[in-house]
Design a protein around this ligand. Sequence first.
Ligand SMILES: *[C@@H]1O[C@H](CO)[C@@H](O)[C@H](O)[C@H]1NC(C)=O
Ligand SMILES: *[C@@H]1O[C@H](CO)[C@@H](O)[C@H](O)[C@H]1NC(C)=O
Ligand SMILES: *[C@@H]1O[C@H](CO)[C@@H](O)[C@H](O)[C@H]1NC(C)=O
Ligand SMILES: *[C@@H]1O[C@H](CO)[C@@H](O)[C@H](O)[C@H]1NC(C)=O
Length: 408
Amino acid sequence: MVPVALGLLICLINFNGTAPMIAVQGLDDGAAPPSEDIVHHLIDAKKTLVDNIVHKFLPTPAAGFKVLAIGGDDGDVNIYSSAELYDSLTATWKATGSMSVPRTNFVAVKLLDGRVLVTGGVETSSTAAQPLATCEIYDPVTGVWNSTGSMAIPRFYHQLVVLPTGLVLVSGGYSIGSSGFFAASASELYNATTGTWTPTGSMKNGRGQFAMVSLPDGNALVAGGYNLRFELASTEVYTASTGQWSVVAPMSTMRVFLNLVALSDGKVLATGGQNATALLATSELYDPATSKWSATGSLPAALESSASALLGDGTVLLAGGATNDGIAATSEIYSEATGAWLPTGSLSTARFTVPAVALGASTVLVAGGGNATGLALASAELFNTATGAWSTTAAMSVPRIGFQLVAL
Ligand SMILES: *[C@@H]1O[C@H](CO)[C@@H](O)[C@H](O)[C@H]1NC(C)=O
Ligand SMILES: *[C@@H]1O[C@H](CO)[C@@H](O)[C@H](O)[C@H]1NC(C)=O
Ligand SMILES: *[C@@H]1O[C@H](CO)[C@@H](O)[C@H](O)[C@H]1NC(C)=O
Ligand SMILES: *[C@@H]1O[C@H](CO)[C@@H](O)[C@H](O)[C@H]1NC(C)=O
């Protein structure tokens, strides 16, 4: 089984069967969600701290931003093929073309030509949810999806990065073969000109529910995850020029459901997640110059599956997530200069497994995610880096978790 510790986890059930299903598992430790009173108390207690945080003022860009919300599920039985577009100028969502199949727990990325590539995931079928190898491309000019080449293997809970050449690297994820589910180590490269995937080097460790970021030298770093038997501290680097992976120093602890953010100076911040026995408050920094991790400040509380975004001033925002006390509405900011996490404004709705996208340097959009019952949310909120405050914006047309938000 996927690690099921404290709090809420997206859980895969029936792993060795031939009729796999996915489900969102509810709180299994009986913890009650935080009440309104407790949330308001926390907001008051934090106000002084928030007021003390110095936020660098960043001007709002003249042109608006568009963000595509794609697929996902409602935390229950419905998986979506639909997509919708958020327009920051009108602060509204509008329907756009739908994918050819419903997908959840897939990965999407913006290509260098502005189109959006969607890969794999899980779809419903008449009998059970099935992992997908298929891929589709969204053209923001026409609002139309077209199918493109399939990956060699079905994957979900995998990761993607765009390399400087424009090729897209896909790696890991859970897959299914003749003897059931396995954690993939295989990696593939997508060429948008030909619309095809070709194999590249494999990771040393198969893994799903891990994190991957691009490094400034054009290579890619993966960290943590789960291999269907145990949680991983392992990290590996993909060298784009050779197409090979090398194992680098592991993190100080295993981390599944971690946040991994590439900082503007080239270092990479790994935060929270869970190991085999506990949710984690610790964070650590990877330095590509030494290929080593070193400890940095800890979060106020252990946290996993929160939203994360790099802000325009180089700090990192975390929002929401699952804690030992239930689902969080809190958010925190990390400054590499001080090595400390400080609380900032709170979300109006507690949420976990929630995506975030930066809209320029001064705003972050979060949408959807799961609530304390494990059901998906439709609501969306904007973080203002100048004030450290969240404000609600229009909700999506449907509640979505396991979906992707991509800034166009
Ligand atoms: C993309 O899909 C649309 C609608 O299904 C179709 O009309 C169009 O010809 C396709 N375009 C390409 C390039 O395949
Ligand atoms: C993608 O494929 C095209 C057509 O074969 C080729 O010319 C191009 O070099 C490839 N791109 C990369 C980055 O390899
Ligand atoms: C998991 O993390 C907790 C908290 O940091 C630590 O006490 C524990 O030893 C770790 N467990 C494993 C198996 O690494
Ligand atoms: C989660 O959302 C569902 C559906 O909107 C709602 O019925 C449920 O009460 C919510 N749970 C919590 C704890 O807010």
